[in-house]
Design a protein around this ligand. Structure first.
Ligand code: PLP
Ligand code: COI
Length: 358
């Protein structure tokens, strides 16, 4: 599949309004171009990189009515050698195809997804943000475009990639731990549903819970399973906690939890930093007891946008608060964050295959 180009005049550096010392917002800025292609039920066509612009979509498109859409989130980093490297895009591309399978959508060859994303970044490389802690956020997505009101999979699809020079997902970055709401009122996913896919609808369903969380001063809900027995994950990141003996617990990847690429990377990386990693179903009651007894000393979230986001406390619907350790960012979380971001930003050697030069 060949990519055709229809480019704007090459961009000069486009981040002048943001000074190097400023923190960039997450997901607000766009680069000059986007990638797109269409599927006609048989093959992909119209494969191109073109100026970022509004798109035409039939008012009856399946995605608009029945939410047949997925998205991905990945990042590229500028290394000290001045080159741009994408982080584990193969894993995102594989997960995109997993989401496609769950949502009855066509798959896209993994290497082609990477080629398309690299070609787009190459065209817009002048947009690369140089702010401390910033990166180029990559957002691939696909949606059903057939103009048809019956509830069935779309015949035609569009696959696109847009880029966003971004700062940290939580405005406080890594400087301040966040608070999560534990509630039985909302659930993110049920077994047999779409929880393990990056289905757009999962995020639509999380919006009300997110607003509810804000009332408690929490950034997100920490979702429980449908029986309110196990900890699952937060709205935009997997959950982890660390016991005082240095064991990092990550909830098992059931079919209601997104298989986070950050978590997968941590499972590979953390043993080399002296941590033991355990993946299992985490009983809420055990977790609460562990925090209260002081056995669980640190907690947080893993995600591409969230990176490693320390959680200082959990709030419940009755207003009671469960503080983890002293509520500050713990030394073990700091060590994990540093090791992970050192790899991403090219300050230390990455495990084989984690980074690819654009
Ligand atoms: N869980 C949910 C629901 C998410 O939206 C995300 C973000 O992508 C994650 C977990 C973290 O996954 P990853 O590390 O692949 O970004
Ligand atoms: C990501 O971390 O890339 C995500 O997709 C989270 C998102 C909902 C902002």
């Amino acid at each position: 599949m060949e990519i055709s180009y229809c480019l704007k005049a090459r961009a000069k550096r486009r981040l002048e309004p943001f000074k190097p010392e400023q923190t960039l917002p997450f997901g607000q800025l766009r680069t000059d171009h986007m990638f797109m292609m269409d599927f006609d039920g048989n093959e992909w066509y119209g494969i191109k990189i073109c100026p970022y612009q509004d798109i035409n979509i039939a008012p009856g498109a399946i995605a608009l009515h029945y939410g047949q859409a997925y998205f991905e989130g990945a990042k590229a980093f500028m290394h000290p050698d001045g080159e741009i490297y994408t982080f584990r895009l193969d894993k995102n591309a594989e997960r995109a195809n997993f989401s496609a399978e769950i949502l009855c959508m066509p798959k896209v060859d993994v290497e082609f997804q990477i080629k398309a994303i690299h070609a787009l970044i190459d065209v817009d490389r002048n947009w690369f943000p140089l702010q401390e802690g910033a990166s180029l956020y990559i957002r691939p997505f696909m949606f059903g475009t057939s103009d048809s009101l019956g509830v069935h999979p779309s015949e035609s699809y569009r696959y696109m990639v847009i880029l966003s020079p971004s700062g940290p997902y939580y405005p406080t970055g890594f400087t301040k731990p966040i608070r999560l709401l534990i509630t039985q009122k909302f659930h993110r996913a049920v077994s047999g549903g779409t929880g393990a896919a990056k289905a757009a609808g999962n995020y639509a369903a999380s919006l009300r819970a997110g607003q509810f969380a804000k009332k408690f001063g929490a950034s997100q809900v920490l979702y429980l399973d449908a029986n309110n027995q196990y900890i699952e994950e937060a709205g935009a990141m997997n959950h982890f906690h660390i016991t005082k003996d240095g064991t990092v617990f990550i909830p098992e990847f059931t079919d209601t939890i997104l298989k986070s690429i950050t978590s997968l990377s941590m499972i590979e990386l953390l043993p080399s930093l002296g941590f033991k990693v355990v993946q299992k179903r985490i009983e809420l009651a055990e977790f609460i007891d562990g925090v209260k007894s002081g056995d669980i000393v640190e907690a947080g979230g893993f995600g591409t946008a969230a990176v490693v986001s320390p959680v200082g406390e959990y709030v419940f619907e009755d207003g009671s608060v469960l503080k983890v350790g002293n509520g500050e960012i713990g030394e073990m979380t700091k060590k994990i964050y540093k090791a992970y971001t050192d790899i991403q930003y090219g300050r230390s050697k990455a495990p084989d295959g984690w980074l690819r030069k654009v």
